[in-house]
Design a protein around this ligand. Sequence first.
Ligand SMILES: NC(=O)c1ccc[n+]([C@@H]2O[C@H](COP(=O)([O-])OP(=O)(O)OC[C@H]3O[C@@H](n4cnc5c(N)ncnc54)[C@H](OP(=O)(O)O)[C@@H]3O)[C@@H](O)[C@H]2O)c1
Length: 362
Amino acid sequence: MVKELRLALIGFGTVGQGLAELLLEKRDWLRAAYGLDLRLVAVATARSGFLARAEGLDEAELLRLAASGQPLTAYASAEVKRWPTVGEGLAATGADVLVEVTGTNLRDGEPGLSHIRQALEQGLHVVTANKGPVALAAHELLALAARKGVHLRMEATVMAGTPVLSTLREGLAGARILSLSGILNGTTNYILTEMGQGRSYAEALAEAQRLGYAEADPTADVEGYDALAKTLILAALVFGLPLRPEQVLRRGIAGIAQEEVRAAQAEGRRIKLVASLRLRGVGGLSQASAGGQAAELPVEARVEPMALPLDHPLARVDGVMNALTIESDTLSSVTVIGPGAGRRQTAQGLLADLLAIARSRS
Ligand SMILES: NC(=O)c1ccc[n+]([C@@H]2O[C@H](COP(=O)([O-])OP(=O)(O)OC[C@H]3O[C@@H](n4cnc5c(N)ncnc54)[C@H](OP(=O)(O)O)[C@@H]3O)[C@@H](O)[C@H]2O)c1
């Protein structure tokens, strides 16, 4: 028997459209292999508001409207109902799962934080790629989800669809995680890789912008805020620690000169922007202790450029690739390497979370 999971998709930009494409492409296969029908019953954008159709929306038509620059309100069906905001639309309709993929805002997590809170309050499962709400309020939101007996899953927030959160929580179940160190931002890794090949910081950044890897305002990437957000998410999920941004030592790559990259290479090292979480008392890469961190925190959290020896698993992870090295009491070191961004790659993370929710319901 085919089971149905009804989705409300909030945000129809790069990632929202990527998920719609995967739903279309994999519909028959998901029915055959998983006995599952993932049905899109609502979609929302800032420009068009919240649109819902109980019988389901046609992803191909939504993608056609988006590709031609038209608002989703041009969707041709008399049965589509519309509300100006997500709050009103959700309250009036509902679904089984809210997929939250509005833009990341690391100041206050909005608008995603309100969307996720409301959905959990209404008893919907939530799947998100949006780092803001879970970096800033994972504890509150996970507790709310537990109270309501629903899932809050966020695989795509760290390394997009590359399965690091499920590796940590499910694959490594029972292991005691001692430390995590990762290259969690593809833009900065691309810039550092290019600098290793002779480009200046300014040239490498301009090339990253030309290729669409870096935003016009690259601050969130190059100053380490994006990696910091992922560090907060990992701290909450792996160590159960509600870290605040100011409790993570953060240094970006903007101040790095080409000479430093070359000098490191001459010593057989590679400079990488490394995000790390380490249980105190466990040895690690960093020599100095993180200034400004409360000594009583059980975990040391840092985002900083480091000159890694070539035999370190992260040293040869180049370009926009991401990687996370996990040290545990049972497996010593495991490294997961893969894409950390992209339309299809991020949608894969959402899809995996949706399938995990569907499995838990059967
Ligand atoms: N792109 C990636 O490779 C990637 C990878 C991992 C994680 N992520 C995360 O995934 C999320 C989505 O990224 P993206 O690249 O798809 O962003 P995007 O292209 O900027 O799309 C954001 C979408 O959210 C909609 N939106 C904004 N405010 C809204 C509101 N109040 N109500 C309803 N919809 C609203 C926008 O509406 P309009 O269309 O009207 O502007 C747009 O459709 C972000 O949080 C990002 O950090 C992205």
